[in-house]
Write a protein of this length. Structure first.
Ligand SMILES: *Cc1c(COP(=O)(O)O)cnc(C)c1O
Length: 425
């Protein structure tokens, strides 16, 4: 491997990254094929139709081997619909991680329910299956899991807990399209999945979300909730059928067809693009194997699990291996080498005022506590691994192409700083 003994760029040495990265970070990949599909829809005036969306849903479900996929205008909408569809309602609790984007949790407020946060496993940075069961109460209805930064949650124990207590599992697969858990695609394991397909995500189609399930009742409830124009798709014997025609939620969640048109094209290329991301990201982490202070955030090879499209890839920062160097100094030094990085990931949700103080609907108390018998708020100190993420998790470059000669420079940037950490203490 390249010589790491040269002086750090932050101390006046030469930068590790010297080459133009070209389009190695560009995402999504949009070609004339996407443009043609979008233009065709636009010219036909089909933006608010459902014909293209239904094709997209059929293909998306087929890819996963699932019975039902229902397009939504956002991932947030798909998750809210999923929560209602599994029966989350007034006074109910969901258990979910605090380390996530807010849409995993916050839609529960609109249903009159609330959230209880579980801590993460510090190595997977996904919800810790051992921190769930003791949080279950009479009010718990669902566990919402997130395959965080692409890493597949440990679904087997989570499904076992859910089954034991009669709970539903909602997968938020917004970070992990195409990821696998022990060989199975994420999004096919829980009772229902909601996921974002907005432009920043690994599967990116503009703004959009997808709900997936094998459960006809969950699918039909989601249809009733936010898709009034498609109620004729309800089975005539379904309990909702005679009560259909208006969206029960008072929400309109139809997917924009310029997005579904792009989605159909993206789908055709996703597996090969994902394979290249896998190759590139694994090359990056293989090159950093054994670097002090830094550990890959990826499932073990040969486990049948992997990180899918590696959305917002992270590494595990372990300062105790490099003299306790604070992450902020490490980050600054890696950036000085010309490599993008940053400390932490999403800010813990449980410490935000919306979870603790804000009375969204004028109930005279924080919305978090409405319809609850106890103060279930979780103050600073209650979720130690989640709270430590800002100090122990680090962003790494998200390579979309396998180009070793470019990636080598980014490997060098991290290695150089880690192996010369003493110079920064
Ligand atoms: C992006 C995201 C969402 C929300 O999706 P939108 O399409 O932006 O509404 C939900 N959950 C997670 C974990 C996300 O990252």
């Amino acid at each position: 491997m390249t010589d790491t003994s040269v002086q750090l760029a932050i101390l006046g040495g030469p930068q590790a990254v010297t080459q133009d990265p070209g389009d190695i970070f560009t995402w999504p990949i949009v070609t004339e094929e996407d443009e043609a599909a979008v233009l065709e829809c636009l010219r036909a005036g089909g933006m608010s139709g459902t014909d293209i969306t239904k094709e997209f849903e059929r293909e998306y479900a087929q890819w996963h081997g699932m019975k039902y996929a229902l397009g939504h205008n956002t991932g947030t909408a798909a998750l809210q619909a999923a929560m209602w569809a599994v029966g989350v309602g007034r006074g109910d609790q969901i258990i979910c991680p605090s380390l996530t984007y807010w849409a995993t949790a916050l839609p529960v407020f609109s249903l009159g329910g609330t959230m209880v946060f579980a801590d993460i496993d510090p190595d997977t940075i996904c919800i810790d299956p051992n921190d769930i069961e003791h949080r279950i109460t009479d009010r718990t209805k669902a566990i919402v899991v997130v395959h965080y930064a692409g890493y597949p949650c440990d679904m087997d124990p989570i499904m076992a807990i859910a089954e034991k207590h009669g709970l539903k599992v909602i997968e938020d697969a917004s970070h992990a399209h195409g990821g696998r858990y022990k060989g199975r695609l994420v999004g096919t394991i829980g009772h229902v999945t909601g996921m974002s397909c907005m432009s920043g995500k690994a599967f990116a189609i503009g703004e959009g979300g997808m709900l997936m399930t094998n459960d006809k009742e969950i699918f039909e409830r989601a249809l009733v909730w936010g898709h009034y124009a498609r109620h004729r798709e309800l089975d005539e014997n379904s309990p909702q059928a005679p009560l259909s025609g208006l969206p029960w939620g008072g929400y309109k969640y139809r997917m924009h067809q310029l997005s579904s048109a792009m989605g159909r094209v993206q789908l055709r290329h996703y597996q090969s693009r994902l394979d290249e991301i896998q190759r590139a990201m694994n090359y990056f982490w293989d090159g950093l194997e054994g670097t002090p202070g830094l550990k890959a955030h990826r499932p073990a090879k040969g486990s049948g699990s992997h990180c899918g499209g590696w959305y917002i890839p992270r590494g595990l920062y372990r300062p105790e291996e490099i003299g306790g160097l604070h992450i902020s100094k490490f980050v600054e030094a890696v950036q000085a080498e010309g490599c993008p990085t940053g400390a932490g990931a999403n800010r813990p949700l449980h410490l935000h005022p919306v979870m603790n103080e804000v009375d969204v609907y004028g109930d005279g108390k924080p919305t978090r506590l409405v319809n609850q018998d106890e103060d279930i708020r979780q103050p600073l100190g209650s979720l130690p691994h989640t709270e430590a993420v800002g100090d122990r998790v680090i962003g790494v470059p998200w390579f979309k192409h396998y180009r070793p000669e470019i990636i080598d420079e980014y490997i060098l940037a991290f290695r150089k700083v880690a192996e010369n950490a003493a110079a920064l203490l």
